[in-house]
Design a protein around this ligand. Structure first.
Ligand code: PRP
Ligand code: URA
Length: 208
């Protein structure tokens, strides 16, 4: 298990736009996808490749490609949707599953409402994505769900993580690697991440 903060200058630069409360919805959406794409580069560095033979204009040679069933991307609805296109830019053959979980604002408990996964999900590495890891409840719920479906290889990609949420995910699922663009200071009295960026789903979709 590892927790990786991807402290790359391009990512930190773009994250500043997302934190800024004056950033408009279009820019927010585009920038979130750009960061997700950049994070994909790091989060896929251990993907297994398949050897093939190709013919260059000069000769035949060995080359390496992703196996057909390499990856599934699974966003936690809604906000996870904001990262999917950025990831698919680099892994266009990935299948996409969806898990609908929202956090009850009073109890902070995850509330399940939807799921649709690729039928061969257990044969794939799953990139579970959600921009915000706050208390960890939603991520843990989604990881539990995926494991019940037989998934063995899961990485969790988030934009901003609170130390409290990271600790809970590690405790419950020590085999899941966590990639975050930034680990923030903590949670406020309403369990929002601070300094954070506010309600990510609302900022992606222009609700509220
Ligand atoms: C947000 C976020 C995570 C969850 C994180 O979703 O996208 O799914 O909260 O909080 P947690 O770590 O304490 O569970 P939200 O419940 O606001 O739903 P939405 O994406 O539909 O807006
Ligand atoms: N969900 C969000 O969208 N933002 C937070 O800070 C915490 C949970």
């Amino acid at each position: 298990m590892s927790v990786m903060e991807i402290n790359h200058p391009l990512i930190q630069h773009k994250l500043s736009y997302l934190r800024d409360k004056n950033t408009d919805t279009k820019t927010f959406r585009e920038t979130l996808n750009e960061i997700a794409g950049l994070m994909t580069y790091e989060a896929t560095k251990d993907l297994k490749l398949q050897e093939i033979e190709v013919e260059t204009p000069l000769m035949k040679t060995k080359s390496y490609v992703l196996p057909e069933k390499a990856v599934a991307v699974v966003p936690i609805l809604r906000a996870g949707l904001g990262m999917v296109d950025g990831i698919l830019t680099f892994i266009p053959t990935a299948k996409v599953g969806h898990i609908g979980v929202y956090r009850d604002e009073e109890t902070l408990e995850p509330v399940y409402y939807y799921c649709k996964l690729p039928s061969d999900i257990s044969e794939r590495k799953v990139m579970l994505v959600d921009p915000m890891l706050a208390t960890g409840g939603s991520a843990i719920y989604a990881i539990d769900y995926l494991k019940e479906k037989g998934v063995k290889d899961i990485v969790f990609l988030c934009l901003i993580a609170a130390p409290e949420g990271i600790a809970k995910v590690i405790d419950k699922h020590p085999d899941v690697d966590i990639y975050a663009a930034k680990i923030d200071q903590g949670l406020n009295e309403k369990s929002y991440i601070y300094p954070g960026l506010g309600d990510c789903g609302d900022r992606i979709f222009g609700t509220k």
